[in-house]
Design a protein around this ligand. Structure first.
Ligand SMILES: *[C@@H]1O[C@H](CO)[C@@H](O)[C@H](O)[C@H]1NC(C)=O
Ligand SMILES: *[C@@H]1O[C@H](CO)[C@@H](O)[C@H](O)[C@H]1NC(C)=O
Ligand SMILES: *[C@@H]1O[C@H](CO)[C@@H](O)[C@H](O)[C@H]1NC(C)=O
Ligand SMILES: *[C@@H]1O[C@H](CO)[C@@H](O)[C@H](O)[C@H]1NC(C)=O
Ligand SMILES: *[C@@H]1O[C@H](CO)[C@@H](O)[C@H](O)[C@H]1NC(C)=O
Ligand SMILES: *[C@@H]1O[C@H](CO)[C@@H](O)[C@H](O)[C@H]1NC(C)=O
Ligand SMILES: *[C@@H]1O[C@H](CO)[C@@H](O)[C@H](O)[C@H]1NC(C)=O
Ligand SMILES: *[C@@H]1O[C@H](CO)[C@@H](O)[C@H](O)[C@H]1NC(C)=O
Ligand SMILES: *[C@@H]1O[C@H](CO)[C@@H](O)[C@H](O)[C@H]1NC(C)=O
Ligand SMILES: *[C@@H]1O[C@H](CO)[C@@H](O)[C@H](O)[C@H]1NC(C)=O
Ligand SMILES: *[C@@H]1O[C@H](CO)[C@@H](O)[C@H](O)[C@H]1NC(C)=O
Ligand SMILES: *[C@@H]1O[C@H](CO)[C@@H](O)[C@H](O)[C@H]1NC(C)=O
Length: 571
């Protein structure tokens, strides 16, 4: 069925009016500021008090789990006793990082993550990896990887296994229903339902704009994604509400971090990276952080401009989801080549043109750091004199793995499991570009405070097939002593075809249930390297304790040494 564009515009407006209310849950809310409102913004580095307290709580949970996991995979129990003794005040901490790459990254990443989850079927005991996720402290996601981490976190830390079971017993109510394109979620047969969905989204955005907040096309994508990743959509799902969810408050899940970067049309190497965590939004590079619950408030010199005009609910989880997924900037440009037809295409063209033209494409955030004293070197970011910050996909500078937050020395991470599901080769496999980009960043002034292990450039990476197997980067700490500090060991796990052709296009916006399960299953196989090494879980365990052994000057066992011979890359 085909409608004329003026008819569609009229229908959209009509539908919008019929769903509109005086306010919508998506709209940020003006509240009076808390009495300590000058502490909503901090200009010091290090962990926030909230994070420090939370991590202490998490450590008490993860340390026994980690010790018990490692003892089921490693022979040298005396080493584990030393590492986990009360005398050792820095126990091993682990983190997971999931790269960008739209639904490909989300689904493959889900499979990889499930390989470390003890809630996955038949995934515990000797030789298995299940339990390491339960023993982890941080989980960072970027773009498609962030869709995964956010969706799991905000659905009560649901397991990938449970999502898979829902799909298998499909009765039309599964989470991650991406059978139809996000652009036409009800399928071509039901254009009216699509129209109503978009009309509701349109109303939400209009209300936010009418309330005086900057809006952009990112609101549109963020809301649309929300319907796929959260039960009942997410116009009222607030990022900071995670603080109050039992599973997070009790530290029964890892600390999630999402990244985005400052829009910089000219120069990418000096681009500022921002993180969203359950407590704060900010940048390590600029040592500036703001209480995330009050994001959207106008600040000057670190205090609210008007103490009766603080803002809540700006930190909508869907909006943050959309911010980290700049892919859709490209979708908007490519709309003619996506095979959309008829009404759906028209609806989108109208929506895109109505939000893109006014405010440009990047997501606008009132800048909490506005007016603070300028830094001697702000790396050209102007972070203290822009009233609004424009944020884009964290991968736009090539760093599609969200390493920067995990490299911070204060977070004391010993091993990062890095899932690389980027598509940089001609056949859409990863090439190690994201590792190299982070490695190169430390040589720039803006990267002076981070350290990252040596990695080869993408040419060598691909030549040596490092993108086709699990590789440990940064084993030899002696070699790293010239860096700013000894960085975490990186356990690199690339997307590779084992049971399913998982090199799908970033622009594939719908997956059948069969494809979805195929991607997840292949990701699981990739994390295990298709079970080709019976010592694999042992070797992964050796990687987890290596930094602690180096700190305590314990020589790795022969068992671990042979793992390092197999898995470590040496410059
Ligand atoms: C402000 O004070 C309240 C109550 O004393 C406290 O719960 C909150 O954490 C403080 N906020 C900041 C940003 O310090
Ligand atoms: C997974 O690990 C957690 C923490 O150790 C434990 O409470 C839970 O029972 C385990 N679940 C399974 C299915 O093994
Ligand atoms: C649909 O499936 C889910 C997951 O298996 C289940 O929890 C739910 O009760 C089912 N709904 C109906 C209506 O059968
Ligand atoms: C996905 O959503 C579509 C449209 O609402 C529906 O027809 C389909 O049954 C759903 N599939 C699953 C697996 O829930
Ligand atoms: C602060 O906002 C209130 C409305 O909430 C307004 O009446 C007042 O004039 C504002 N104060 C300043 C200094 O702008
Ligand atoms: C990055 O910023 C620093 C400091 O402002 C400057 O010296 C350097 O040349 C910039 N790097 C690039 C590649 O522009
Ligand atoms: C910072 O301001 C300068 C001068 O106005 C401008 O050229 C540059 O693009 C700005 N940088 C960013 C990241 O906005
Ligand atoms: C996926 O990879 C296979 C082999 O590596 C290649 O033949 C195929 O063309 C790739 N698919 C895409 C979409 O590039
Ligand atoms: C990649 O690294 C190799 C080995 O260091 C070097 O020979 C080659 O020139 C580099 N290639 C690029 C494109 O920088
Ligand atoms: C680590 O690197 C140093 C310096 O190159 C070298 O002497 C040492 O043998 C290396 N250690 C291992 C275990 O490979
Ligand atoms: C991975 O393992 C599966 C099942 O054992 C096998 O069918 C498949 O061929 C293997 N894939 C590769 C690339 O070896
Ligand atoms: C570790 O223990 C297992 C089972 O007890 C044994 O098969 C294996 O050979 C041992 N490995 C080493 C290096 O001693």
């Amino acid at each position: 069925m085909q409608y004329s564009s003026s008819l569609i515009t009229a229908l959209l407006l009509l539908a919008s009016n019929s769903v509109s209310a005086a306010t919508s849950a998506y709209q940020p809310e003006v509240v009076s500021c808390p009495s300590n409102s000058s502490s909503l913004v901090r200009t010091s580095g290090g962990l926030s008090t909230d994070e420090t307290e939370w991590v202490t709580k998490r450590d008490a949970i993860t340390e026994p789990i980690l010790k018990s996991y490692l003892s089921s995979q490693l022979n040298s129990t005396s080493t584990l006793d030393k590492i986990f003794s009360d005398d050792n005040d820095q126990k091993p901490k682990i983190a997971f990082a999931v790269s960008g790459g739209s639904y490909r990254a989300m689904l493959s990443g889900a499979g990889m993550l499930s390989a470390f989850d003890n809630r996955t079927d038949d995934n515990t005991g000797s030789g298995k990896l299940g339990g390491l996720l339960q023993a982890s402290t941080y989980l960072a996601g970027l773009s498609g990887g962030n869709w995964l981490t956010t969706s799991l976190a905000f659905n009560d830390w649901i397991s990938v296994q449970e999502v898979v079971d829902q799909v298998k017993n499909s009765n039309g109510s599964s989470l991650w229903n991406i059978t139809n394109s996000i652009l036409a979620p009800f399928g071509a047969e039901e254009p009216m339902n699509d129209l109503l969905r978009w009309a509701k989204i349109r109303t939400d955005i209009q209300n936010k704009e009418d309330a005086g907040f900057p809006v952009s096309i990112v609101d549109l994508w963020g809301l649309a994604l929300s319907y796929q990743f959260f039960e009942n959509g997410a116009e009222n799902l607030i990022w900071s509400s995670l603080q109050k969810s039992d599973v997070f408050a009790n530290a029964e899940m890892p600390f999630i971090i999402s990244t985005a970067e400052q829009y910089n049309a000219v120069e990418t190497i000096n681009t500022t990276i921002f993180e969203f965590n359950p407590f704060e939004f900010g940048s390590w590079e600029h040592e500036k952080f703001a209480n995330i619950e009050y994001l959207g408030t106008s600040f000057k010199d670190g205090s609210p401009v008007n103490s009766t005009q603080c803002v809540n609910n700006f930190d909508n989880a869907g909006y943050i989801l959309g911010t980290s997924a700049g892919l859709f900037n490209l979708v908007a440009e490519k709309i003619d080549s996506l095979g959309l037809t008829g009404t759906t295409k028209e609806i989108l063209e109208i929506l895109i043109s109505s939000w893109a033209s006014e405010n440009g494409i990047p997501a606008a955030y009132p800048n909490p750091f506005y007016g603070l004293e300028a830094e001697s070197n702000d790396f050209g970011s102007n972070i203290t004199y822009l009233e609004d910050l424009y944020l884009v996909d964290g991968g736009e500078d090539g760093e599609t793995l969200p390493f920067v937050p995990l490299l911070q020395e204060e977070r004391e991470i010993d091993a990062i499991f890095a899932f690389d599901i980027d598509a940089n080769t001609d056949e859409l496999w990863p090439s190690g570009l994201s590792l190299y980009a982070t490695y190169a960043r430390q040589a720039q002034p803006i990267g002076a405070d981070i350290a990252f292990p040596f990695v080869p450039n993408t040419t060598v990476f691909v030549e040596e097939s490092l993108n086709e197997k699990t590789v440990f980067f940064g084993c030899n700490a002696t070699l790293l002593s010239e860096l700013a500090y000894i960085p975490p060991l990186v356990v690199y796990i690339p997307n590779k075809e084992y049971t399913f052709a998982s090199n799908t296009s970033t622009f594939q916006l719908s997956y059948t249930d069969k494809e979805k399960l195929g991607m997840i299953e292949n990701g699981y196989a990739a994390a295990y390297q298709n079970n080709t090494d019976s010592d694999y879980a042992t070797c992964i365990s050796c990687a987890v304790i290596l930094r602690a052994q180096q700190r305590l000057d314990i020589t790795p066992s022969a068992e671990c040494q042979s793992c390092f011979d197999n898995y470590c890359w040496s410059p």
